[in-house]
Write a protein that binds this ligand. Structure first.
Ligand code: SF4
Length: 342
């Protein structure tokens, strides 16, 4: 049996966009065993992927090279006897671990001059493989090989027992259909739809008999509190009250998800939830959610804005038109279009 170690991406969304690569590896190497080496903030997502056998928690945070610690970790991993490693981040330091672990085939993009560390080196052709998911999936083939399309979708396991326990703990019920709103975006405020717009949408949804849950991390608790307050009680703020694994389970219970371009947007797509995805400073061209359900995600963006996409964390022009002018009515129209889908 071939044993593979995947050095996972550092963002939740990217981790999900790497899943088609894992599926391709499974197709090419029947019976393969795949472990992931992942930071704490993406490990819960990797643990829910059916293709992954085990997740090894990375002790390394952002920043320093930590050469000695990486060498020690690599020597520990050597005992696991991996045959191949796939290094998904492009950094030099991320390629050190499989090298120190003496893994024979170390696959990845050349990235930050990683000659030697990566010995099955792919060169990125951005025109031929424009999507992030395609770039990861390309690594399953030999360098230069044409990528086969379409890619497999993303999918996550749901822990039903944890869902029921969490609903009881949080004191919420599922008698009404649930609309989940994901108001955060780790990248920065330029990706966040304003609180007043989310609140207006929450009020409309509540008027239609929906329960509205605000789902996100502790970092999103503040904007979610503002939304809950502006929604006049229509929205329940669950941000920061769950870990990521529970957020996944709660999203699985939603009949509709409205999300900024964020990690939870990709989670919702992987759970096959009907999804409206809101884009401001970013673009869907490079990292769209991978549809896994019968209803294609609706991607919403203000058209005709010359400054967009700017890919900045904060609006460099100060007016933040890309999100301020994205009216809740427009989002409601997308929700209605989903509802009208057979
Ligand atoms: S510059 Fe334009 S695209 Fe960028 S955040 Fe501001 S309004 Fe949005």
């Amino acid at each position: 049996m071939t044993r593979i170690l995947v050095v996972a991406p550092n963002w939740i969304g990217d981790a999900l966009l790497a899943q088609p690569l894992l599926a391709r590896l499974g197709e090419r190497l029947p019976g393969v065993s795949i472990d992931a080496f992942a930071p704490a903030w993406t490990a819960p997502v990797m643990r829910r992927m059916p293709e992954i056998d085990a997740v090894i928690d990375s002790p390394f945070g952002h920043g320093g090279l930590q050469l000695r610690e990486r060498w020690r970790m690599g020597r520990e991993l050597r005992a696991r006897g991996y045959d191949q490693a796939y290094v998904l981040p492009n950094s030099f330091k991320s390629a050190l671990l499989p090298f120190f672990a003496d893994i024979r085939l170390r696959v990845g993009y050349v990235g930050e001059s990683r000659y030697g560390l990566i010995n099955v080196a792919h060169r990125l052709n951005k025109k031929k493989v424009p999507l992030m998911a395609e770039r990861y999936a390309q690594l399953a083939g030999i360098p230069g090989e044409k990528l086969s399309r379409p890619l497999p979708g993303t999918r996550l396991r749901v822990d039903e027992a944890n869902l029921l326990i969490s609903l009881a703990r949080l004191g919420i019920d599922r008698r009404r259909p649930v609309v989940a709103l994901c108001p955060g975006a780790e990248f920065g405020p330029s990706k966040r739809w304003p609180a007043r717009h989310f609140a207006a949408l929450a009020r409309k949804m509540a008027a239609r008999g929906r329960a509205v849950w605000l789902i996100g991390s502790p970092k999103d608790a503040e904007i979610a509190a503002e939304i809950a307050s502006l929604s006049n009680g229509a929205a329940i703020n669950l941000c920061g009250k769950t870990d990521l694994a529970t957020a996944i389970d709660l999203l699985s219970a939603a009949q509709l998800v409205v999300s900024n371009d964020s990690g939870l947007m990709h989670v919702a797509a992987a759970l096959a939830r009907p999804l409206v995805a809101l884009y401001g400073s970013s673009s869907a061209e490079h990292t769209p959610p991978l549809a896994s359900g019968p209803v294609a995600p609706r991607l919403v963006k203000l058209e005709g804005l010359p400054c967009s996409p700017c890919f900045q964390r904060e609006c460099p022009l100060g007016h933040f038109k890309c999100m301020n002018d994205l009216d809740p009515q427009r989002v409601l129209a997308e929700i209605d279009a989903i509802a009208a889908t057979p």
